[in-house]
Every structure is written in C-alpha cells, then in structure tokens.
Ligand binder design. Structure first.
Ligand code: 3HC
Ligand code: NAI
Length: 697
C-alpha cells in the first residue's frame, strides 16, 4: 500500500510521506516515493518536486521493526539514488524530525528547506548498532564536511535548524509554513535555471582533511554506548567517502552496514529500543483509562532523593512544593536544588531565564497543609514503615480528592503504607533511582488496591519528566533491587573464594557494565545494605557470605562518602586496598574456603546468571509483566550496557535457555540452594519456549 500523498500545486508536485506516527520508511513509503518521483519526471507539466512529511516528522528513518523480518525490495538506498537521479529539481521541506533514513532522503534531495522551530536532524543509527546505510555516510560529508559529518554520525546526536543553517545542511530556513517556503524556493530555482544537484557527484579531496582525522576519531571512541563495533564501522564508512567515487564509497558503506546488522549488538540495541517503549503497555489498562490531570507536584522530604525528585519535576516545568520536618533540612534541600540549577546554567546546559522560571515554581514548607493543592505527591522520607505510615496519614488528611499519593520506598510494602489511608486506590510506589534528576528509570509499584487511573497517571507523569516508567508488583526490592540482591550475594561469595573487589569490578566493567558491584556499593553506601540486613531475617548462608562486608561497615568504611569502603578513595578515584583483601582472606580461612584465582569469564557468568535467574522468578510470580521490562530496568537504572540487551536477553539469546539451565544446575551442585534454578527457565528450556512470551504483558 502506497503511504505517500501526492498533491500537484501547479507546476510543483508535493510528495508527502505519510506513515504515522513518525513516517518510518516502510515498504509502502519507499514504493510510494519511488512511484511519485517517476510520475513527476514523466509529466511535462511538472517542473520541480517537493518532498515532505506529515505530522511531527519528515521521517524518523527506516522502519526498525522491518529489520528483523528482512527488507523487501526496493531498498531505501535504491529509492534514494533514484530520487537523486531525478532530472527535475527535488527540494526537501523538512517539517520536523529527519532522522536516519529520513535525513538520508533529505540528502538525496537536491536542496533542503528546514523549519526553524521544530526541525531536528540526525543520523542516530549508531544508537541502534548500525550505520546510516542509505548513502548517509557518503552524502553528509560531501555536504557539510568530513569532520562535522563524522561527529554527527559517530555520536548519533541531533541538530536543530540553526545548526543546520550554519553547517550547510540547510539551503534555507523557513520561519512559517515550510512546505509553502519549499514550493516557492523550487519555483525560484526553476526560474533561475537551477536544476538537479546530486551530492553524490561531488568528490572529497583527501588533502582537504587532516591526515590523522580518522585515527584520532578511533582513539576517542572509548566505551562507546553502541558497543565494540558500530562506532568504528561508522568511522570506516565515512573514511570510504574520502577520495573515492560515490559508487565505491557506498559499496563499502553497504558491506559495513551488513556486518553490523548481523551483529548481536545491533540486535540487542534494537530489542532495547522497542523494549523501552513496550514497558508503557499495561495489559489491563486500555486507552479508555484516562490519566488524571497533573499540574502541581508535592514532595515530602528534602533529603538526597527529595532533592533529586524535586529537580526532575522542576526541570520538566512542574511547580513543586517541598515539605520537610526540620527547618535546617528544608533549607539544606532547597539550597541543593538551587545549586544544581545554578550549576546547569554555569555549564551552559540551561539559560538563566529558564532557570529563573523553574525556580519561581519552587516552594518550601514545614506545613503539610501546603500540599492541599498538589495533584501528585511523592513521599521521600526515611525508610521506616512507621515514619512512612505517619506521613501517609497526614497526606490523607490534607491532600485534595483524586490526588495521587506516591511513596519512593525502596523496600517497604506499598500495601501496608496505603492501608493507613482512607484512599488506598490513590496510592502507589514511584521508585526513583539516585540521582533522581538524572537516572531515567522509574519503577512504578502497583499496590493491591491501586486504581487503574492512578497507575496510568504515574506512567504518564514518568513520560512527562523524561523517565522510563516500568510497572512492578509489590515485593521486597521490587524488580531491580531484588535482582541486585542475588547478584551482590554472588559477589560476596566470589570475594571469599579469591577474587578481589578490583578484579570483580574490572571483569564486569570490561564486559560493558558502567560500574562494577563493589564500586556501586561504595557509591550507594555499604551502611545502607548493612542496616537493611539488620532489619530482616537472614538465612545462615547469607549471614556467612556477608560477614566481611558487615565488618567493613562496622569499621565505618561506608564507601565513597567516608573516603573508604571496599576501596579507599582519592576524591572519586578508587584505590585497591590490601587491608580489605586481607579481611576476605582471613574469613575464607575461618570458613575453610580454598582461595583461587577467578577468571573474568567466570565472574561475569555468575553475576549474569544470578541476575537472570532471579529475573525469571519475578516474571513467574507476576511481579514483572514481561522479560523485556526487566531488561529495560537494568538498562535504564543499573548501568547495564544496552548493546548486551539486558540479563534476560542475554540468557535467551547469547547463552540459550537450555545452556543456561545446565549451567545453573552445575552451580547448584557446587554451591547449593542459592543457585536453585528458576522453574520458569527450567520449563522454557524443556519445552523450547521463550521467556519473551512467558509473562502477563
Ligand atoms: N521505526 C519504527 N518505529 C518507530 C521508529 C522507527 N524508525 N521511530 C519511532 N517509531 C515508533 C515507536 O516505536 C513508537 O511506537 P509505539 O507508539 O507503537 O510505541 C512511535 O514510533 C513513537 O515513538 P516514541 O514513543 O519513541 O516517540 P518520541 O517522541 O519519544 O520519539 C523519535 C520519537 C525521536 C523519532 C524516537 O522514536 C526515535 O529515536 N526513533 C528512532 C529513530 C532512528 O533510530 N532512526 C534511524 C532508523 S535506522 C535507519 O534509518 C537506517 C537507514 O540508515 C538505512
Ligand atoms: P534522606 O535521609 O537523605 O532524606 C530523608 C528526608 O526526609 C530528611 O531530610 C528528613 O528530614 C525528611 N523527613 C523525615 N521524616 C519526615 C516527615 N515526617 N516529614 C517530612 N520530612 C521528613 O533519605 P533518602 O536517601 O533521600 O531516602 C528517602 C527515601 O527514598 C527512602 O524511602 C529511601 O529508601 C528511598 N530511596 C533512596 C535511594 C537512595 O539512593 N538514597 C534510592 C531510591 C529510593
């Protein structure tokens, strides 16, 4: 089915890509565009062609969903080559997002008119593990120069119309109706006798760029978020544009694209893209459930989390009232909010007038009555049931009817908190991650009595503050932290068996994790876990595994904040500490454990399997709706590399479920019950089923 609208405006034909919501270049769009260009060229009454999009996008690029199924002919590169080969001038009217293949279509056009206020242009392919594969790596450097193109292609970042005007991507920037401006421009071109102007005909002289440009580019890649291949291949593809004819350059682009598209990293990144969006889909909450209107926010507690949560809302433009218990705590919290915003201004991340506007929406108070107008209230006080229940009783007394009452608890039972109110249907958990103004994850905890529209409201609010909301059921630690518990327990075991904190962190960070577990515990505070272990009954094994860590905490080595934990710290720099290794050696002797060297592969495997085994259990219990939600939690909240897909994706796609089951059983034989295989993995492995379809979502 053709997915373009064609409208002749006298001697100019307007071809409008029309595939909501973002005009992804699905098969019907490609064939429609191809047919429209052919028809325009065959029609003597038509002198020029304008290509545009509908809605908020010119086009967001290739249809990513099509990649898995295999692309149908004609492919995008051929369609764009044919567009560029049009004898009649083609003008792109960039009316919004022009991303990936969308920007490549605009580059295939001979001229570009770009909307001043809403256009965003970029080649984000690297973020999904591939490279611009429809001539983008060849045409963009011919248009804006090799250095600027390399930057856009390797970073995947977007630019606006002003930047496009500066770097030459835009021939014109339109203030008003971009299509009208493009039609007028097309007529001017025709009148001036200016015709087709294919970028591919240009040549880039090697002498025009610094000779070490590509080597320098490679050297600065570091840990690129796309994994080990995509950014390197992007550089190689752009390099192929220099000094060569378009045909050979584009052949190299195609070969590199094919290698990337077949890589597990691209598959993982594309899975992650859709997983994140799927998380918003809650099976029993249809479009008929309307989120409640949320305009004003209340935050209770101005500690670490209250400050971050307030910032997250303020930066999204919400007015926030923060209520504290103690005047000093309130002043300190408000001060930290103001400092963070001021530092954003200082670093050029925010304009002063925007900062002033945001801060004018900030109110501090010691009186719960000041929350009476708030539509959405997040409690972030001490992690103690009696304190939380007391706060919720007060909220119940003052909050207006229909206000959502959310707790930021990380471990407590949301149902017990809701039970002290007369409106448990309005209560849920919103588990932010520290620093709450930065981390993208929001675990939304659905209580037994949480109303559907309360949940829908929290999910909508998550989106409005640029967070990824993922639904979790009530249990200790919800999804993310319950899995982390299993993972950290295994880390304790490995520390006793002979691995040092630096070896464990090094193995996992080399594998791709943003931060190893020991460094993470030092950052979060070793005392936090210590206090939680004191409050909950522990198995004998857990007590044994955590003995050294408890001693470390009792020594006052609480992590970075005290300058020492598993490591000692020089500022934020970790320094391995022999004293800590000696403590584990001594405990190992006491527990009659023969210490040995653990290979990085074993360290990674044990961590990954413990995470995923617990994840499968959460899926089976219905705490997580789907395996991809669990992966989204790990990718957006725990520094798990997106190019590895997530723990659940790893066991299903990289290891295989049968192999996973066999490995977990072998560890159970060696280490005992903490390695009990999740029945769901066992079942899927036996029946050759998939975790991807095992949940309720
Ligand atoms: N293919 C298929 N579906 C896409 C898509 C694409 N390229 N881009 C967006 N969508 C879908 C989303 O899945 C979502 O669907 P849903 O409503 O069913 O969940 C819907 O469009 C809206 O997207 P978002 O929820 O993400 O809306 P936002 O406003 O937050 O973001 C966006 C819009 C910036 C366009 C963002 O979706 C995005 O970054 N998309 C991917 C862009 C991209 O990577 N393009 C390159 C594609 S690869 C390519 O072009 C290869 C070529 O070089 C050969
Ligand atoms: P914090 O100790 O830094 O801040 C708590 C603040 O609440 C203090 O300023 C205190 O004065 C105030 N407070 C206590 N009782 C109050 C009351 N009755 N009324 C008004 N204010 C009151 O604690 P933090 O770290 O900010 O944690 C808050 C909550 O967030 C806890 O439930 C915690 O489990 C959760 N959490 C913490 C994370 C972290 O990394 N720190 C991560 C995710 C959740």
């Amino acid at each position: 089915m053709a997915k373009v609208d064609v409208e002749a405006l006298g001697d100019v034909v307007v071809v409008r890509l029309s595939n909501p919501p973002v005009n992804a270049l699905a098969h019907g769009v490609r064939t429609g565009l191809q047919a429209a260009v052919r028809a325009a060229n065959a029609n003597p009454a038509i002198k020029a062609i304008v290509v545009t999009g509908q809605g908020r996008a010119f086009s967001a690029g290739a249809d990513i969903a099509e990649f898995a199924a295999g692309l149908k002919q004609p492919g995008l590169p051929e369609v764009i080559d044919e567009l560029e080969a049009s004898a009649k001038p083609v003008v792109a009217a960039v009316n919004g997002l022009a991303l990936g293949g969308g920007l490549e279509v605009a580059l295939g056009c001979h001229y570009r008119v770009i909307d001043r206020s809403v256009a965003q242009l970029g080649l984000p392919e690297v973020k999904i593990g591939i490279l611009p594969g429809a001539g983008g790596t060849q045409r963009l450097p011919r248009l804006i120069g090799v250095e600027a193109a390399l930057d856009m292609i390797v970073s995947g970042n977007f630019i606006n119309a002003a930047a496009a005007e500066k770097n030459g991507l835009a021939d014109r920037v339109a203030e008003g109706n971009v299509v009208e401006a493009a039609v007028a421009y097309a007529r001017e071109l025709v009148a001036a006798g200016k015709g087709a102007r294919p970028l591919s005909a240009k040549r880039i002289e090697p002498s025009s760029i610094p000779s070490d440009l590509f080597d320098k580019g490679l050297a600065t890649l570091g840990k690129h978020p796309s994994g080990p291949m995509a950014a390197k291949h992007c550089i190689a593809a752009v390099e192929a544009a220099v000094g060569s004819d378009y045909r050979s350059g584009v052949a190299r682009e195609a070969a590199l694209f094919a290698e990337l598209a077949a890589s597990p990293y691209a598959k993982a990144l594309q899975y992650a893209f859709f997983a994140e969006r799927k998380a918003a889909d809650i099976p029993d909450i249809g479009k008929d459930v309307r989120p409640r209107a949320v305009e004003t926010i209340g935050v209770v507690g101005a500690g670490t989390m209250g400050v971050g949560i307030s910032l997250a809302f303020l930066q999204a433009g919400f007015p926030v009232t923060v209520v504290e218990m103690k005047p000093e705590a309130l002043e300190r919290g408000l001060g930290r909010i103001r400092e963070t915003i001021a530092s954003n201004v200082k670093r050029g991340r925010m304009a002063q007038d925007k900062a002033d506007k945001l801060l004018s929406g900030l109110t501090g108070s010691l009186d719960f009555n000041d929350l009476r107008n708030a539509d959405f209230i997040v409690e972030a006080v001490f992690e103690k049931m009696s304190v939380k229940q007391d706060v919720f009783r007060k909220l119940d007394a003052v909050a207006k009817k229909g206000a959502v009452l959310a707790s930021n608890t990380s471990t407590l039972d949301v149902d017990q908190i809701a039970a002290v109110t007369g409106r448990p249907e309005d209560v849920l958990g919103t588990h932010f991650f520290s620093p709450a103004n930065i981390m993208r994850l929001l675990e939304v905890v659905r209580g037994a009595k949480t109303a559907k529209d309360t949940l829908a409201t929290a999910m909508a609010v998550a989106k409005r503050i640029n967070k990824v909301g993922v639904v979790a059921g009530v249990c200790f630690g919800f999804i993310g932290n319950r899995m982390v518990e299993a993972y950290l327990e295994e880390v304790q075991a490995m520390l006793l068996e002979g691995a040092t904190p630096a070896e464990i962190d090094g193995a996992l960070e080399a594998w791709g994790l943003a931060m190893g577990p020991n460094a993470m515990m030092d950052l979060a505070g070793i005392d936090v876990g210590y206090l939680i272990r004191r409050e909950h009954p522990l198995s004998e094994e857990r007590r044994r595994l955590y003995r050294v860590t408890d001693k470390i905490s009792e020594l006052g080595r609480h992590g970075q904040k005290t300058g020492a934990g598993y490591y000692t710290y020089d500022g934020r720099t970790r320094i391995p500490d022999h004293a800590i290794v000696a403590m584990f050696e001594e405990e190992a002797r006491a527990q009659k454990i023969n210490r040995r060297t653990l290979a990085p592969e074993e360290i990674v495997e044990r961590c990954l399997l413990r995470l995923a085994n617990e994840g499968a259990q959460l899926l089976d219990e219905g705490i997580a709706l789907r395996a991809s939600d669990i992966d989204t939690i790990y990718l957006t909240g725990y520094g798990f590399p997106a190019w590895r897909g997530g723990p659940m994706w790893q066991i299903e796609n990289a290891i295989g479920l049968e192999e996973t089951a066999a490995k977990v059983r072998a560890y159970e034989t060696k280490y005992g019950p903490r390695w009990k295989l999740a029945p769901l993995i066992e079942k899927c492995a036996r029946e050759r089923g998939s975790l991807a379809t095992a949940g309720k979502g």
